[in-house]
Design a protein around this ligand. Structure first.
Ligand code: ATP
Ligand code: MG
Length: 338
């Protein structure tokens, strides 16, 4: 349990490492919007310092950061209710990130599956930043003493590491300074899978565009990708147990349920017995109905990048009112002369 002494505060971030996907929307952004109307302060971040752990073209990074901010707003995040920031505009993230690089142990970091997935066989040739990523992520969260972090299932291990870092810092300095943050991994689609491979997560940085639905895809592109999505030859089952061993079928049903705010059971009660030839058009129509208002609002917002920059500048000022005193206190606890 989180110590009640900490203000209930939500932090979460998304990398501007490409365009937003349906996985980002269902696994993260939908929850961000809901939590903004619950009893939390909410801080949502474009984590550009994480994106550059892999080389980014500067023009693309600039555009992707603004487009991500537009995606947040178009999905329902209100700059009045939430603090919206770009990570590099709040320098305390990187400063605490360094401290946490000194708290985290090599053995902990070497167990991180995201690093193994992203580095693949190339471990000697990826950046040091990609390896250190989870220490910076812990800093993103703890620089605000955030108590809750809504994320997709793939980030569970990094959230556990964040708790280990907080606990070790508190223990090493004999303080109760950093909260043990709770992951919030909820909904029917906490792990949306690639449309081409049911064993692989849908990712914005996947080289195959056919593997994902982008928030900016038009109706034709969405319909085509869903029509071509990998499936098996069997009909859909009427109960969840029938999805066992059928990852592609499970994925499409999970997506349908999450988009329509239904349980998987309720979806299967309606579509059980259907072939994919019948179900896929239903899913496309639903995806288009839910995503097209968001993508057209994103396009409208992108026509005025100065307004997006203004929102991010205001967010950075608000964020630093929280982060600067926490960094200062951290340095003081460690004995750094202030
Ligand atoms: P990249 O491929 O560059 O890592 P990504 O698509 O994994 O991009 P991130 O910025 O790493 O996106 O993650 C942002 C948020 O979206 C995190 O909370 C993450 O858990 C969530 N998320 C990412 N992919 C999925 C997915 N396929 N299903 C559910 N949630 C996801
Ligand atoms: Mg990712």
């Amino acid at each position: 349990m989180t110590t009640p002494a900490f203000t209930p505060r939500v932090f979460s971030g998304i990398q501007p490492s490409g365009g937003l996907t349906l996985g980002n929307y269902l696994g993260a952004i939908k929850r961000f919007v809901q939590m903004q109307d619950e009893a939390f302060e909410t801080i949502y971040c474009m984590v550009d310092l994480h994106a550059v752990t892999v080389w980014q073209d500067p023009a693309d990074l600039r555009r992707n950061t603004r487009e991500l901010a537009a995606g947040f707003i178009a999905s329902g995040i209100s700059p009045e209710k939430s603090i919206m920031i770009n990570q590099s505009q709040v320098p305390e993230h990187a400063q605490l990130g360094w401290i946490f690089s000194c708290v985290a142990r090599m053995g902990w970091m070497q167990r991180m599956t995201q690093f193994k997935d992203k580095a693949g066989k190339n471990t000697q040739n990826v950046s040091l930043g990609l390896f250190g990523y989870p220490a910076l992520m812990a800093a993103d969260i703890l620089i605000y003493h955030a108590t809750h972090v809504p994320v997709g299932e793939d980030q569970k291990q990094h959230l556990e590491l964040t708790r280990d870092i907080a606990a070790k810092f508190n223990h090493d300095y004999g303080v109760d300074f950093f909260p043990l943050t709770e992951p919030v991994i909820e909904g029917a689609a906490t792990r949306v899978m690639s449309l081409r491979d049911g064993s692989k997560k849908m990712s914005k940085s996947d080289p195959s565009d056919a593997s994902r639905i982008n928030m900016t895809d038009d109706a034709d592109a969405i319909a085509k990708k869903i029509r071509k999505a990998k499936t098996d030859p069997d009909a859909l089952p009427s109960e969840v147990a029938g999805l066992e061993g059928r990852p592609e079928a499970r994925n499409l049903v999970n997506i349908y349920a999450a988009l329509n705010d239904q349980t998987v059971d309720a979806v299967l009660a309606e579509v059980g017995g259907q072939q994919f030839g019948a179900f896929k058009p239903l899913l496309s129509d639903l995806a288009v109905a839910k995503l097209s208002p968001i993508s057209s609002e994103m396009a409208r917002l992108m026509a005025d990048p100065a307004e997006i920059d203004r929102i991010l500048a205001k967010g950075a000022t608000q964020a630093r009112e929280i982060s600067a005193p926490i960094l200062d206190k951290t340095y003081d606890i460690m004995g750094m002369v202030r």
